[in-house]
Design a protein around this ligand. Sequence first.
Ligand code: RB5
Length: 152
Amino acid sequence: MIVAIGTDHGGFALKERVLRAVAEAGHEPFDCGAMTLQPGDDYPDYAERVANAVNSGRAARGVLICGSGVGISIAANKFAGIRAAICHDTYAARQGVEDDAMNVLCLGGRVIGPELAVELVREFLGAEFKAFDRYERRLRKVQRFEQGPSAG
Ligand code: RB5
């Protein structure tokens, strides 16, 4: 699958290793920048690029990295169709896909090191959504929130 990867300055140090991990796992990395370390850049710009890549079908999944993983996951989740989460343990990186159809993995470049990042990417990309009725039902409920607020 094609995997879109984006990072601001806070995650930039992890980017090359993550690109390589995607390729090593047999997938095609799609580099959404930053192409060079830019200390003043803004994580929403990379969240937007990766969200657009996934929502347009240009990429099947995404990996976003900022300093903590927090800002870039908040930004990515503003896009309908994106289900992004910070996962700094392999259980969540796999289970988030299997149960919750997570399609964007978010990492904190100032929180974890490259070897854990590689394992998280491997788990994320190796997992598939399990189409059990209860998972489909929960996903539909989440997707309903994308239509706007409900009465209650
Ligand atoms: C940028 O300095 C930093 O705030 C950003 O990468 C991220 O950690 C935000 O959540």
